[in-house]
Design a protein around this ligand. Structure first.
Ligand code: COA
Length: 185
């Protein structure tokens, strides 16, 4: 993968992605009420070990703040452009898959706003940011095999399944966008 300092430099040349219906920006501790509600919702966290506590939601925000500092990107907070209503998060993180660093597109949407195309709209903008601003030729999504909505989002932004993996001690599908061969091949 491209070195962290190169990614940070490239990220500094582009603005955080925006979409027609969504504004994305960096999250901070002032977003804790919204993020704790999102990550504490059992429906949203169905494919995670369990919903997150308020303290763990703060840890999630702190993790993203570290990503912004290190790489210049992370999961960004999403709000509806029209009403400023909280939607969720979407963005890019660095994950380790079979010992290799990969840039992953991730998304979490408030359950009462599902099925409106919001995750797909945001993920497509993040995909374009990854390829144009960061210059990446490979982007992944690590998806639980039962998580069909997440798989549909990955498919709709042009990703295909590369292989099955074990991630965080659980089976997962590795969706890939781009033409670069797997780092392990
Ligand atoms: C995955 C997620 C972000 C999708 O958000 P969304 O805004 O509803 O996604 P979209 O509206 O862009 O829809 C994507 C597809 O999933 C489908 N979908 C969304 N919610 C669904 C549900 N509850 N059941 C079945 N299909 C669903 C949509 O119909 C659409 O598919 P289609 O085009 O074939 O109709 C949302 O379900 C979510 O937050 N899930 C919990 C967090 C999560 O699992 N994140 C991914 C971790 S890898």
């Amino acid at each position: 993968m491209v070195a962290a300092e190169d990614l940070r430099r490239r990220a500094g040349t582009g603005a955080i992605p925006q979409t027609p219906r969504l504004t994305l920006r960096e999250m901070s501790a002032s977003d804790l009420d919204d993020m704790a509600a999102l990550l504490g919702d059992p429906e949203v966290m169905r494919y995670y070990p369990r919903p997150k506590t308020r303290d763990e939601a703060l840890g999630w925000i702190r993790w993203n703040e570290r990503l912004y500092q290190t790489f210049g990107f992370g999961l960004w907070l999403m709000r509806l452009a029209e009403t400023d209503g909280f939607v969720g998060d979407c963005g890019l993180t660095v994950q380790h898959v079979d010992g290799e660093a990969e840039v992953e597109v991730g998304y979490h949407v408030r359950s009462d706003l599902w099925c409106r195309g919001l995750a797909t709209e945001a993920a497509a903008a993040c995909r374009d940011y990854a390829t144009t601003v960061l210059g990446l030729d490979r982007l992944v999504a690590i998806v639980n095999p039962q998580n069909h909505p997440s798989q549909r989002v990955a498919e709709k932004i042009g990703m295909t399944v590369e292989r099955q993996i074990v991630y965080a001690d659980r089976p997962a599908l590795l969706f890939v966008f781009g033409c670069a061969a797997s780092p392990s091949t």
